[in-house]
Write a new protein. Structure first.
Length: 365
């Protein structure tokens, strides 16, 4: 039987947070490399702006540049309506809608301000801007956004926005700057406001910054902890094109840290278990860890298992490497890890048109 070529190209990154909550984000679509490259670069730009206490003017310019990526109503090839010189009461960004029959308006407050008071202040300011006066022509605004602070939106701010939305008769969306960062990650394809999801995006963002530094400074691997090592490897596998990468709970992980699923161009799925050992004291991984992972691979009928160690393997275990590989358990160390990182360096900034197969990535053939 010949499988039909699959067109399901969406990829996912999943994790279980310390509180037990399961979170999943969509990390991109294969074949959308140019757009993804742009979004990746702009995402890094936003990270820099948020960490450097950038001015509101710089943040407004950023929103204008990525308008279509984060505001779903924005017309293609965004047409920005420049408001008159910015005053304390002026709208920050105004854009043309897809149907060209109206405008979208954005009011912002600096991300360093506390989220509730800055959000409420921005909502009030938006209301003043959109209410017509006797000597002005009202703008044909059909949708509005308020962006302020970091973290979750408070109930008070949401209630106030709902009241104002009823008053002015258009949808009013409240976002924190964390939500903007998340929309950059998701490519602006869906509404994303779950704080737990933002946490997962931040995990991937941190791992990517760390990967970028490891390219030039490999010794930094010795100063990160085991949890950051697991997150780094999971993000690396996701960026290299594996369809579904799950970071298991830090405790009770069932003997594997990462579960990575690959789907080839015909829809055939293969599932790999990855156990990470990052012992900075230099202790070698021994046979018992391999046998434990092998038993799990067999019980779950996984297509392969990777025992990844940053400190090497004991002599007895190395003697059994070929035998273990015949049973689909593979020992991989820092030399293989840095080959993956080098591949990531060449490819990152775009979602891979053709994902790296596990056989090539894990060198199992």
């Amino acid at each position: 039987m010949i499988n039909q070529l699959t067109t399901d190209t969406v990829r996912y990154f999943r994790a279980t947070l310390p509180n037990g909550q399961k979170v999943r984000i969509e990390t991109g679509q294969l074949g959308d490399s140019a757009r993804s490259s742009h979004l990746a670069a702009e995402g890094e730009r936003l990270t820099t702006l948020l960490s450097s206490r950038a001015t509101e003017t710089a943040l407004i310019k950023f929103l204008e540049d990525v308008c279509q990526a984060i505001f779903p109503e924005c017309a293609p090839n965004p047409q920005i309506v420049r408001p008159q010189a910015k005053t304390k009461d002026g709208l920050d960004v105004v854009f043309v809608l897809k149907d060209h029959l109206g405008l979208g308006a954005v009011e912002i407050k600096h991300p360093s301000s506390p989220v509730e008071p800055s959000m409420i202040s921005a909502v009030e300011q938006l209301q003043r801007n959109l209410q017509p006066t006797s000597n002005s022509i009202p703008l044909p605004v059909k949708v509005a956004y308020v962006i302020a602070g970091r973290g979750p939106i408070t109930r008070n701010a949401s209630t106030m926005a709902q009241n104002i939305q009823d008053d002015i008769g258009i949808p009013v969306h409240l976002w924190s700057w964390d939500t903007v960062a998340l929309r950059m990650q998701a490519g602006g394809k869906e509404e994303v406001s779950d704080t737990a999801t933002v946490v997962l995006v931040e995990v991937m963002s941190f791992a990517r910054r760390l990967l970028g530094r490891l390219v030039k400074h490999p010794h930094l691997l010795n100063v990160i902890d085991d949890h950051d090592f697991e997150r780094l490897v999971a993000t690396l596998l996701s960026d290299l094109g594996l369809k579904d990468v799950e970071l298991t709970p830090m405790r009770k992980d069932g003997g594997k840290d990462i579960v990575a699923t690959h789907v080839d161009s015909y829809g055939n799925r293969s599932r790999f278990l990855i156990e990470c050992k990052h012992w900075v004291a230099g202790e070698k991984v021994t046979m018992r860890w391999a046998l434990r992972l092998l038993a799990i691979r067999r019980s779950e009928d996984a297509d392969g298992a990777i025992l990844l160690s940053s400190s090497g393997f004991g002599p007895r275990l190395l003697e059994q490497e070929v035998t273990l590989a015949a049973d689909k358990l593979y020992l991989r160390g820092t030399s293989q890890l840095f080959r993956w990182i080098k591949l990531w360096e060449r490819q990152y900034g775009s979602i891979l048109t053709e994902p790296v197969s596990p056989e090539v990535l894990f060198e199992t053939t």
